[in-house]
Every structure is written in C-alpha cells, then in structure tokens.
Write a protein that binds this ligand. Structure first.
Ligand SMILES: C[S@@+](CC[C@H](N)C(=O)[O-])C[C@H]1O[C@@H](n2cnc3c(N)ncnc32)[C@H](O)[C@@H]1O
Length: 207
C-alpha cells in the first residue's frame, strides 16, 4: 500500500517531463559494482532505471523499486530496448510502508532524496537487513540540495554519512564499514554553468 500523497507527488514529478534523469548509470555505482561478482541486486528508488538496467547488463539479477509508476514504466521500456528485461523485476512500492522480499548480494540506495517528507533511516535499516552474508550495502547521497532547486524543500534528506552509519548501529561482528567518503563531482547546471557537487558514499559489507 502506498501513501497516496507521496505517490501522487512523485507521479506528478515524473509526468511533468518525458524524461527526468540522464538514463546513465550513476558513476559511483559503476565504480563499485565492477569490483563485485554479479549476483542479486536491489535498487531502492530506482527512478527511470539508469542503475538497474546497467546492473542487468553487467550480469546482475535485479529487483528495482520505486514509488512512481511512470518512472518504472520508463525503466521497463529502457530494459526492454536494451535486451535485459528478463533480468529485472520492477516493483512499485512505497518504501515507507513496505520493502521487497528476499536477500541480496548488493543493495543500493542511490540519491534516495525526496521533495516529499520521507523518513529514510527505517528504509536504510531494512536495506541492511536485506543484505545476505558476504554482501554489500551501498548508500550514496548528495551533500546538499542542487542550487538550481534551492526553492524545493528536500526535508533534511542530506544527513552526514557518519550520522547515517551511526544511526544504523550495525553490530561490528557482522558488519564492516568499508568506506565513508565524500567524492567531488563536476556537474553542469540547467543554465549550463559548472557546479561542484559531492557524493557522500557509504559502503558497508556484511561479514
Ligand atoms: C532523487 S530520485 C533518484 C532516482 C535514481 N536512484 C537515480 O539515482 O537517478 C529519488 C527516487 O526515489 C523515489 N522515491 C521517493 N520516495 C519514495 C518512496 N517512499 N518509496 C519508493 N521510492 C521513493 C522517487 O520516485 C525517485 O525516483
């Protein structure tokens, strides 16, 4: 069951344009996933599927979840066009009220920011529970809101990575904090100006 307002909010967001995101895999995911042996992956807040489709192309079996049906439809079309539809299960779900079943070798939450109120910590905690022994939880967040959307309320979804790891409070005998770092990324604003952003990367390995 979805919270109707959150679903409506994201449906309107995606319906406003034919495409919102670039369709390319996020660079941090591509760097990290290429060091792993493909297995089962879970993509949380998959949007239009740039990450999920790329993972499937690398040989992963993917479950990709988003609240917005329009985004999922576009992602499924992209998966079909690139010949990997049989490797991805797209699921419409409000992660505030439910979570996909199963265990995964890689659980990725990439830019799970929201312009609608979203309590992310229970989602990150559920994400950790979904990682199978030997697997990885990858959380990548922006360091702050994009200046070209300064007027939008992102509901404090820009927590410091150290605070997220501390709040997860995962037992050290079961989890290794492999990496917490801020990585600079040069982007171009919608007005064509250069802008330096930071990706806050958290990599946790389940022992
Ligand atoms: C900033 S976008 C990032 C999309 C994608 N991961 C990427 O990196 O391009 C955040 C995504 O989270 C999804 N989302 C927001 N709240 C959600 C919720 N409660 N349950 C599931 N998905 C949600 C939105 O629909 C949106 O696609």
């Amino acid at each position: 069951m979805s919270t109707p307002d959150a679903k409506q909010h994201w449906e309107e967001h995606y319906s406003a344009r034919d495409r919102i995101w670039s369709g390319r895999v996020n660079v941090r995911l591509s760097e990290i996933a290429t060091t792993l042996t493909p297995g089962r992956a879970l993509d949380l807040g998959c949007g239009e599927g740039g990450d999920a489709v790329w993972l499937a192309e690398q040989g992963w079996q993917v479950v990709a979840v988003d609240i917005a049906e329009t985004a999922l439809r576009r992602a499924a079309d992209e998966a079909a066009a690139r010949g990997v539809a049989d490797r991805i299960s797209f699921q419409q779900q409000d992660l505030s009220t439910g979570f996909p079943e199963g265990e995964f070798d890689l659980v990725s939450a990439h830019f799970l920011h929201s312009t609608f109120p979203l309590d992310r910590m229970p989602i990150f905690a559920a994400a950790a529970r979904a990682v199978r022994p030997g697997g990885m939880l990858l959380i990548v967040n922006h360091s702050g809101p994009p200046p070209w959307h300064a007027e939008l309320d992102h509901h404090n979804t820009f927590d410091a990575p150290q605070d997220i790891v501390a709040a997860l409070n995962l037992p050290a005998e079961l989890w290794e904090t492999a990496e917490i770092r801020s990585v600079e990324r040069e982007v171009t604003t919608p007005e064509g100006k250069p802008f330096t952003w930071f990706d806050n990367v958290i990599i946790l390995r389940r022992r």
